[in-house]
Design a binder for this molecule. Structure first.
Ligand SMILES: Nc1nc2c(ncn2[C@@H]2O[C@H](COP(=O)(O)OP(=O)(O)OP(=O)(O)O)[C@@H](O)[C@H]2O)c(=O)[nH]1
Ligand SMILES: [Mg+2]
Length: 373
């Protein structure tokens, strides 16, 4: 209500309506800056809506206590349970590549704002989505731009939100703009996806309006600039026209399946033995590295824990060889695969640290991003 105008018939009418709803109501007396606060509030008691709260919206006076008061009347926030949210899909990419357009296309309606202007989406938006009888949550995110360009506070914040959405997702759709090719920023973002460990589908958008030569060039660029994403399926689509979008969810499902696969200890160990037999790990100070057995240590991403001796000396190239063997054997496409080693001589080493170490890495990644700005 308006303190300067005082109580009006219209106020009384609205108050009567509100009382009928039985909902919690806060009576706010605005424009009370130049009046005595108690006096300004007094006459509104008659509305029967509880203690009037005097504020001045224009001068920002009394607004914080008001918000606190209102928040207290709200029930605690409820996250929908996991089976309702379904598979979480974070859609990430540079500004203007067509993320919001793609989600609208998947939904079959113009739910999100898409516009030819980088920075259209400012905050992560969660959109429930059902496809082939299965539940998903699509998360639209703000375009992640080049470091140098991010100056404003709100943009810094939106980039961090986009990276968080990725960390919280099960599957990431990394969207590229075929008209622009694979840029440095795409590669840097792809690095973030890889570190996050999420399952991944690469979406090359705006595939319309390109001649065969241009298309070949984009495909070659993908191989040259993003070789570390070779485990992921690449879909060429036009979000604007809908071409290719129909098969996108198949790729998402396949990636999710691989990322959350159940890997049995006997099979893992058999694949490990075969791999070692075909290609022995190297000698370290005259002693052969021994890799004895493997079990699953986590999902999304799959973590394969290998037990042996001198495992801290397994070279990176040999680790890549092992990852490839496990990938082939279990069809682990569309997801990063992590290997962790345990050395028998020190059974406690690394065991207690397993989760906290990953959490520490995660924090370091996010902090790195914050500090860069
Ligand atoms: N030619 C063509 N244009 C597209 C396609 N998809 C999106 N666009 C256009 O690209 C522009 C940006 O689309 P958005 O969906 O807003 O892009 P965004 O990635 O959400 O952008 P931000 O929210 O700013 O990060 C719009 O003008 C779209 O119409 C496509 O498949 N082909
Ligand atoms: Mg957008």
């Amino acid at each position: 209500v308006d303190a300067r105008e005082g109580l009006t018939g219209g106020d009384e009418q609205i108050a009567a309506e509100l009382r009928r709803t039985g909902k919690p109501v806060t009576l706010v007396v605005n424009k009370s800056e130049s009046l005595d606060r108690d006096l300004a509030a007094a006459e509104f008691h008659a509305l029967g809506l509880g203690e009037p709260v005097p504020i001045s919206a224009a001068h920002g006076r009394g607004v914080k206590p008001l918000i606190n008061e209102v928040l207290e009347t709200l029930p605690p926030a409820e996250e929908p349970p996991e089976e309702e949210r379904g598979i979480q899909i974070a859609v990430v990419g540079r500004p203007n590549v067509g993320k919001s357009t793609l989600i609208n296309r998947l939904l079959g309606e113009e739910r999100l704002v898409a516009y030819d202007q980088p920075g259209t989406t400012r905050d992560s938006v969660q959109v429930p989505f059902e496809h082939a009888g299965r539940r998903y949550t699509l998360v639209d995110t703000a375009g992640v731009r080049r470091r140098a360009r991010v100056s404003e506070g709100i943009e810094k914040f939106s980039v961090i939100k986009a990276l968080q959405a990725m960390e919280q997702a099960n599957v990431v759709l990394l969207v590229l703009d075929a008209h622009e090719g694979v840029t440095e920023q795409d590669a840097s973002l792809a690095g973030h996806v890889l570190e996050s460990g999420r399952a991944l589908v690469v979406v090359v958008n705006k595939w319309d309006g390109l001649d065969p030569d241009q298309r070949d060039r984009v495909k070659a660029e993908l191989e040259r600039k993003l070789p570390f994403l070779s485990f992921a399926e690449v879909k060429f689509v036009s979000a604007l026209h809908g071409t290719g979008v129909g098969h996108l969810m198949d790729a998402v499902d396949a990636a999710y399946r691989a990322a959350t696969a159940d890997l049995k200890t006997p099979e893992l160990t058999r694949v490990l033995e075969e791999a070692v037999q075909e290609h022995q790990p190297p000698l370290v100070r005259g002693r052969r590295i021994k890799l004895r057995y493997a079990h699953q240590g986590g999902r999304n991403p799959p973590i394969i824990v290998i037990h042996g001796n001198q495992t801290e000396s397994v070279p990176a190239a040999y680790q890549r060889y092992l990852v490839n063997r496990f990938r082939q054997a279990f069809g682990l496409w569309g997801t990063p695969v992590r290997i962790e080693f345990r050395t028998a001589e020190n059974p406690y080493k690394g065991r207690r640290n397993k989760l906290t170490q990953r959490q520490r890495q995660k924090r370091r990644r996010l902090m790195k991003h914050v500090k860069r700005r």
